[in-house]
Design a protein around this ligand. Structure first.
Ligand SMILES: [Fe+2]
Length: 218
């Protein structure tokens, strides 16, 4: 990694909010709690998924510079507050372009500001995060991995207990299994997985259950 100014490298930490709202797709609507992750230090941060409440997220960011709003995918519950948070902070909203059809269902008049691509590196507070394109839950789903922090932000691709849902439009179970097996379970087993909903887990805790998920089909 390139590192930041002396004293900043390795100083990044992970902060956590839970916000509530609805997930809407295919004509259904479900009450959901979302994890919002803030990565950075006392000077600058990055937000992973601006879910539901721009005011609460902006308050947690405080006076710190918001370098980017990274969207793990474009289900409405993960992006509904992204434009409002961007307007308040000037930060760009980033999304993998394969999720633009989903994005436009929620924000038809406002496109993301930039693209996420596989292998892209984003640096905040001297800490590097790598974008992993992990389609399956949605076509443009991504995870963010920081070897330095020992953390994976998995969005809705991998949860405590198995893969993200693939029963609705734009999802594909064999594809999410390929993504998890080839891109996530190959990470160090001690990697802490910070998910889009619910509890955290580790790569090692989930890896042994891959055959169970394939057998049950979800
Ligand atoms: Fe989702």
């Amino acid at each position: 990694m390139t590192g930041g100014p002396a004293g900043s490298a390795g100083s990044a930490r992970v902060e956590h909010l839970v916000t509530s709202g609805t997930f809407d797709l295919d004509g259904g609507s479900w009450e959901v709690d979302n994890n919002v992750w803030i990565v950075g230090d006392d000077s600058e941060v990055l937000v992973v998924d601006a879910a539901h409440d721009a005011e609460v997220i902006a308050a947690a960011v405080g006076p710190r510079r918001l370098v980017a709003i990274v969207s793990t995918h474009a289900h409405n519950d993960h992006i509904d507050a992204a434009p409002a948070l961007a307007a308040r902070t000037g930060a760009p909203v980033l999304l993998h372009p394969d999720d633009l059809p989903l994005w436009k269902q929620t924000h038809p008049g406002r496109l993301p500001d930039g693209e996420l691509t596989d292998g892209q590196r984003i640096t905040v507070a001297g800490t590097e995060l790598v974008v992993l394109h992990t389609p399956g839950h949605s076509p443009g789903a991504v995870c963010l991995y920081s070897a330095q922090l020992g953390v994976l932000f998995s969005g809705d691709t991998l949860f405590h207990g198995g893969p993200g849902a693939t029963g609705r439009s734009f999802s594909h179970f064999p594809t999410i299994i390929d993504s998890i097996r080839d891109r996530l379970l190959t990470l160090p087993p001690e990697t802490v997985v910070r998910t889009g909903h619910g509890d955290s887990t580790t790569i090692g805790a989930e890896a042994a259950d891959l055959p169970v998920w394939i057998e049950r089909g979800h």
